[in-house]
Every structure is written in structure tokens, then in C-alpha cells.
Write a new protein. Structure first.
Length: 158
């Protein structure tokens, strides 16, 4: 039976006592499952300690502006990336201002996509390879008209 020495407890243990780790030469973690569980338990207790929670809460309150600035920039970069894939122009009226462009679900919101709005939708699109079959670029006005009336005044009259 093959064995390996745990980096933490320094004991020689069978390889079945180590998690798989693709980034290591031998394909196994350097710490055994027992030591890893103890480390994870310490981390969990620290994260759920009231004083630590209070410190995190205070930090987040004191750095709200920085965190919000970072989040806005991340969301904008993601939106630019999505519209580079789908085209940064409304397919109905030709509007090209990024601030008012949105992604339209051609067949409406269905199933799992119902909770996907804004940056959540953009993240989902990116993770799924930017599917083109059910999504298109529209401006907010055209998207609202299609959703509310089933047509857009730019293309046809009711």
C-alpha cells in the first residue's frame, strides 16, 4: 500500500487519507484529511465568532465607498464584455448608448433564468459561453415594449 507523509502532523499515512489535488506533482494534497478537517474547523469557528463577525461588519461599513466603487467597475466591465459578444447596438431601433442597452430574453423569462437580472444575467451568459439562440441586444425602451405589448413601436403599430 502506498503511503505519504502529512505536512502538518508529520505522520506516514495511506494515500487514501489525502484529498486529490491536481496542482501537485503526486496529485494529492500535502495535508491529510484529518488535519485538513481540523484546519477547516478552526477557520469555521473563527468566521462564526461574534467578535470576528463584528470586526468584519465594522470594516465593511467603514469601507463601503471603496467596495461599492469596485463593484460598480466590475459590473461595468462585465457589461462591456457581454455587449462586445452580443453587439452594442439595439437590434430594433439602433440605439448604441451602453447605459440604456440590455439583453433581451427572446422567448421571455423561463425556468432557471427567471432569477437572472442585470449583472447576474451577464455572469450567467459569460459562464455559459454567450448563447446566442435565445438572447439579443435591445435598448430599455424596446425591451419594455416587447415585454408589455408584444411588439415595439419602431417596427410595427399595435
Amino acid at each position: 500500500m502506498k503511503t505519504k507523509k502529512c505536512f502538518c502532523c508529520k505522520q506516514e499515512k495511506p494515500i487514501i487519507d489525502f484529498w486529490k489535488h491536481k496542482g501537485r506533482k503526486d496529485g494529492l494534497a500535502s495535508v491529510c484529511k484529518t488535519c485538513n478537517a481540523q484546519k477547516n474547523r478552526k477557520w469555521f469557528l473563527k468566521q462564526n465568532d461574534d467578535t470576528y463577525r463584528q470586526k468584519r461588519r465594522i470594516y465593511h461599513q467603514n469601507h463601503k465607498e471603496v467596495r461599492n466603487k469596485y463593484a460598480r467597475q466590475w459590473n461595468r466591465d462585465l457589461k462591456i464584455e457581454v455587449f462586445n459578444e452580443y453587439g452594442a447596438i439595439c437590434e430594433c431601433c439602433g440605439e448604441n448608448h451602453l447605459e440604456i442597452l440590455t439583453i433581451d430574453h427572446i422567448h421571455g423569462l423561463q425556468g432557471q433564468k427567471r432569477s437572472l437580472l442585470g449583472s447576474k444575467l451577464y455572469s450567467w451568459l459569460k459562464q455559459n459561453g454567450y448563447p446566442k439562440d435565445n438572447f439579443r441586444t435591445l435598448c430599455m425602451n424596446c425591451n419594455f415594449a416587447y415585454g408589455k405589448y408584444g411588439y415595439c413601436p419602431h417596427t410595427e403599430e399595435g
